[in-house]
Design a protein around this ligand. Structure first.
Ligand SMILES: [Zn+2]
Length: 692
């Protein structure tokens, strides 16, 4: 494509419009372009765009800008190179608006550019929020665009005078994903949704930046339901749920769902029948959201959905034979079964059938999860399932050959051809084994007698080559031993060996966690190591300092802190004896951050800072007392560990600003970390390799 670029003049175009995804190909001799597109309302102009991307990876990666092309009939009028064009729109006179997401991942932001049909730049402005959609009026005089969270607003631009006329704070819960002008050009239509493919019209704005009369009335009603003011909220809600307009039904469901989290003022008896009719409707998407809400209501009180239980079970059964919905069907059956023993008895045969006979391995896996759901509340009912789950721990010869060959399955989702390789990095045997281990462990935590016969098979899983399986097996053993330590004592030496020689850090730390829980010897050893760890906090080496903070945090801070209470208190006591070392450590990390120019070292320091603050802050601002509570150094009042943090944030906000782990700086770092898409281990590996 580098040597053969599209030039002004005659081109061949081919457009593809399936569901709401629009793609086009433009070719001119050997030059070719493929990307998304948007047409002018009269269909004469087309603006086509493709996002920029990085070729190669790591430091060798080279950024390739995205492209935007304006085409009139079969003539290419102009071409622009922009960093990351996403979403465009064009008017009947060829004025095009382009949304450029920009490359930089360090901060939020994007740029809006508007070009006329000759390619002259009419408007350009950078905004500090990520952009989500754009549109332009037929006459090209007004352009509109929207931003994502946190700004979550819609803006109108006067193209001629190059000014932003107004900003409207989006009233919908979801970000605006589609913006267009009404055919009369007097309203802006705002669509929202989870994805571009499923978005629906949410409301209309006038050109002066307020809701249209109709949209304002609708919003008013939604607020009446949410805040239960005005007329009977149940009746108002029913207006939405009983509507024939899918976007109105969808709004009703959304409002109902958020009302469920609040104080209960709706009359569910009256709502349930309309919910059922949505569940039974032909719209899969509405049906699924209505089912989800029915389950939420059922969790409040199963009797509320008693009257429709058989019908919703029937719908789930229908999903079991609907392509690509069977997994959702199994999960829902499991959740329903968990709510009520009668329903469980009703749905278990369906689930058991999939567990033992499905030709799709993932259905067997979801059946495993569904059994686990039911087992949580009705363990006695799933007794027959446990030996089958245990069989999945071992050799797969008995079931793997019964699967239908789906290694290169091609399916047609609605109108869209998507070819996927199901076995892409996924081993059915391993995934099913891990699922079975998880469920047997969960059952064993409450009812060890139900799974005790399978303990030897779980122990065999410790020899599997997949680290996650080994970790899952260890966790399951630990769960089973919770109520009776005898289940684990014979294999303590095995676990000790794993803790020593294991190379996978997660398996290793899980083994240590279990040993600390069940073997006093190991717990004592961990406590004995604490003084060295504290001494390490003052050394220069950033990596070993990081490691020491991490280990101290593991011992006393994290929710999975494994040390039995009495040992944990010993560690806290040791920490409390060296408050100046702890606060100096935090101080030195802060200074190191200021003096650090290298990105990865800086990240390692940020990670150290967050952990150090989380673990040490109590000792820095308070005095640890023999009774296990903390005395605030600022006002001498006593608090529990959790209470102390709460107290600081309320009574000493200035100190809290200084010591709290999460502030603008650390949150910005965490944001960068999240956006990297790397797993915790991969991210950490990168920090440790890049630092000294
Ligand atoms: Zn205080």
């Amino acid at each position: 494509m580098n040597s053969d670029v599209l030039k002004r003049g005659r081109v061949n175009i081919r457009k593809e419009n399936r569901l709401s995804l629009k793609f086009m190909d433009i070719s001119q001799g050997a030059a070719h372009f493929h990307g998304g597109y948007s047409e002018s309302p009269d269909g004469i102009f087309t603006v086509a765009y493709a996002d920029g991307h990085c070729e190669g990876s790591g430091d060798q990666g080279k950024w390739i800008n995205g492209q935007v092309h304006l085409v009139k009939d079969n003539d290419l009028l102009w071409t622009k190179q922009l960093e990351r064009p996403n979403d465009c729109a064009v008017s009947d006179n060829g004025v095009a608006i382009v949304e450029d997401w920009l490359r930089s991942k360090k901060s939020l932001g994007g740029k809006i550019c508007i070009f006329d049909s000759k390619g002259e730049l009419l408007f350009e402005k950078q905004f500090e929020s990520n952009l989500s959609a754009c549109g332009i009026s037929r006459d090209g005089k007004h352009a509109v665009f929207s931003t994502a969270f946190p700004d979550n607003s819609i803006y109108l631009i006067d193209v001629e005078s190059r000014v932003v006329l107004w900003r409207f704070k989006n009233t919908a819960k979801r970000v605006a994903l589609g913006l267009s002008f009404s055919p009369e050009n007097n309203e802006i239509l705002v669509s929202t949704g989870q994805t571009s493919a499923t978005k629906g019209l949410s409301y209309a704005l006038t050109l002066t930046g307020v809701l249209s009369r109709e949209s304002a009335e609708e919003l008013n009603k939604i607020q009446q339901i949410t805040h239960s003011n005005g007329p009977d909220p149940t009746e108002t809600l029913l207006e939405f749920l009983l509507s024939t307009d899918p976007s109105k039904i969808s709004k009703g469901l959304e409002t109902l769902q958020s009302a469920l989290y609040k104080k209960n003022v709706l009359n569910y008896q009256k709502i349930i029948p309309s919910l059922l009719s949505i569940i039974e409707s032909n719209s899969l998407e509405l049906s699924k959201s209505a089912m989800k809400i029915a389950l939420m209501i059922g969790k409040k009180s199963p009797t509320l959905i008693e009257s429709i239980s058989l019908k919703i079970i029937a719908k789930c059964t229908e999903w079991l034979s609907t392509p690509y919905e069977s997994e959702n069907g199994l999960m829902t059956l499991g959740e329903l079964g968990a709510l009520n023993a009668d329903w469980a008895i009703h749905v278990l045969p369906l689930i058991m059938d999939r567990l033992q006979r499905s030709e799709a391995w993932n259905e067997r896996r979801f059946a495993t999860f569904a059994i686990g759901q039911i087992g949580k509340t009705h363990p006695e009912l799933i007794r027959d399932a446990t030996p089958i789950l245990a069989r999945y721990l071992g050799d797969s010869a008995w079931w793997l050959h019964t699967l239908k060959d789906n290694s290169q399955e091609t399916f047609e989702a609605a109108d869209l051809n998507i070819s996927i390789s199901i076995n892409d990095g996924v081993d059915p045997e391993v995934w099913l084994r891990d699922a079975a281990l998880g469920v047997l462990g969960d059952i064993g935590a409450e009812h060890p007698d139900m799974v005790k016969d399978f303990v030897p098979m779980i122990i065999l899983c410790l020899q599997r080559q997949e680290p996650y399986t080994r970790k899952r097996a260890l966790t399951a053993l630990c769960q089973i031993a919770q109520t009776n330590v005898n289940y684990i004592t014979p294999i303590i030496p095995t676990i000790e060996r794993i803790a020593e020689i294991e190379t996978d850090p997660k398996v290793k730390s899980e083994a240590r966690r279990i040993l600390e829980t069940f073997s006093p010897k190991t717990a004592e050893r961990s406590v004995a190591n604490v003084s060295d760890l504290i001494a390490n906090l003052s050394i220069e080496n950033k990596v070993s300092r990081y490691r020491s903070i991490q280990e101290l945090e593991r011992l006393v801070y994290s929710y999975s802190a494994s040390l039995p209470q009495k040992y944990q208190q010993q560690v806290l006591l040791l920490l409390s004896k060296s408050p100046s070392i702890l606060s100096n450590c935090v101080q030195r990390i802060r200074e190191d951050i200021k003096n650090s120019n290298e990105e990865k070292t800086r990240w390692l320091l940020m990670e150290s800072l967050i952990m150090a603050k989380r673990t040490f802050l109590d000792f820095i601002v308070a005095e640890y007392l023999d009774n296990g509570s903390f005395r605030c150094k600022l006002c001498n009042r006593e608090f529990s560990r959790g209470g102390l943090r709460n107290h600081l944030s309320k009574s000493h906000p200035e100190t809290w600003q200084l010591v709290r782990p999460y502030n603008d700086e650390t949150l910005q770092y965490l944001n960068t970390k999240n956006q990297s898409g790397l797993s915790y281990e991969d991210w950490e590996r990168q920090l440790l390799q890049g630092s000294s």
